[in-house]
Write a protein that binds this ligand. Sequence first.
Ligand code: FES
Ligand code: FES
Length: 185
Amino acid sequence: MPRTSLTVDGVRYDEEVEPRLLLVHLLRDRLGRTGTPVGCDTSNCGACTVLLDGVSVKSCSVLAVQADGSDVVTVEGLAEGTEWHPMQRAFHEEHALQCGYCTPGMIMAAIDLLRDDPDPSEEAVRAGLEGNLCRCTGYTNIVRAVRRGAREMSRPDGERETAGPSATPGPGAARQETEGQVRTP
Ligand code: FES
Ligand code: FES
């Protein structure tokens, strides 16, 4: 069986994998990153989005063997200790989630969007996140959150907001016990 060596959230793994294994299943079922959900199995919803070498990808559309040698960041790798990532905090502050199922993918796609456009307009956010679907919120608060997160990320570390629960996982990092069940922070 082929092997894949990759770094996930700063931890190195070397795994024997079936050639057909999807990256999302490697992350969830073998490496315990259940904060990355599966929402559709048809590459449409974007819930499974992670950063692969800094670029957002739908991890249900990537084979685990294709991630060999890569650096993967999931929503669970964003916080620094007990300090949420600014984009997680922005989703919390703007109430940009209801069930939270889409939130990990939204946050990861938003972070990627800011690489090319650090201060996106509302239109740019909507266009940039068009591959990520939300069945609950109507998107308005998500757009606000992404723009707030962008402003925060452009500020020096010491000047960023620090409000918000500090000892709980940030929005989107909720652990899922089983498919479809989300335990909120
Ligand atoms: S589960 Fe990957 S796009 Fe929906
Ligand atoms: S908050 Fe429920 S799908 Fe987006």
